[in-house]
Design a protein around this ligand. Structure first.
Ligand SMILES: Cc1cc2nc3c(=O)[nH]c(=O)nc-3n(C[C@H](O)[C@H](O)[C@H](O)COP(=O)(O)O)c2cc1C
Length: 203
């Protein structure tokens, strides 16, 4: 077992914040879906449904701005059966989600990608991503970043840095409308393909 895998195992057993992993002993593998404030987030339920079909249990962590009208929180909570997390819990509160077996960031914004690569943890979403990478939890990212922003050297450096951390990054998606007003598909399932099959339940 690698050092990162050992850390991940310890993390699952004890929780980084001193509370125990609340995943039932033989529960399904738990996937965190981190949602950022991009227009395509309106369709995040497609990702959640696909993940559930592949036998992941899903909990959603949204950036505070993503909670500001970018998707339908009630629909997402109904799908996952859990509250969406966006803010840090208070010190006395139990951890609302089990530790993650894997994390997907979709859509990933220019802002969140750059802050994550820089080690900034000023939202729960960013803190979770920074920590998950350090623990060796598999992470897949589907960026949704316009070409003009993607050309910024800081963004290019961020992607190189994240790849160097072992983060799996999907193809560029600019989200720009074609001449007929249509948009290409975001390709939500790609995030799950990048992760591969979930670990067997109870392992
Ligand atoms: C309607 C709308 C759509 C947006 N779409 C995108 C997008 O596709 N990609 C992106 O990087 N930023 C997009 N933004 C800008 C982000 O919301 C903004 O950079 C924000 O700070 C991102 O915050 P977050 O990374 O914490 O979610 C959009 C903003 C609005 C108002």
């Amino acid at each position: 077992m690698t050092q990162q895998a050992e850390q991940h195992e310890q993390h699952r057993a004890s929780g980084t914040d001193g509370t125990r992993d609340r995943r039932p002993a033989r529960g399904k593998p738990f996937l965190y879906v981190v949602v950022c404030a991009a227009g395509v987030a309106a369709d995040v339920s497609k990702l959640i449904t696909s993940a559930q079909e592949r036998d992941w249990e899903v909990g959603v962590i949204a950036t505070p701005l993503a909670m500001n009208g970018f998707f339908d929180p009630a629909a997402v909570e109904a799908l996952t059966g859990r509250p969406i997390r966006s803010a840090w819990r208070t010190p006395g509160e139990p951890r609302p989600f089990p530790a993650p077996d894997a994390v997907v960031v979709a859509p990933a914004t220019f802002n969140t990608v750059n802050k994550w690569a820089a080690g900034i943890a000023d939202t729960l979403a960013l803190g979770t991503l920074c920590e998950a990478a350090g623990l060796g939890v598999p992470i897949a990212v589907l960026p949704c970043v316009a070409e003009a922003l993607a050309a910024h050297p800081a963004y290019r450096d961020s992607l190189i840095r994240l790849r160097g951390m072992g983060v799996r990054i999907g193809e560029p998606y600019a989200g720009e409308a074609d001449p007929h007003g249509g948009r290409p598909e975001f390709g939500w399932e790609r995030a799950l393909d990048l992760l591969g099959p979930p670990p067997a339940a109870g392992t």
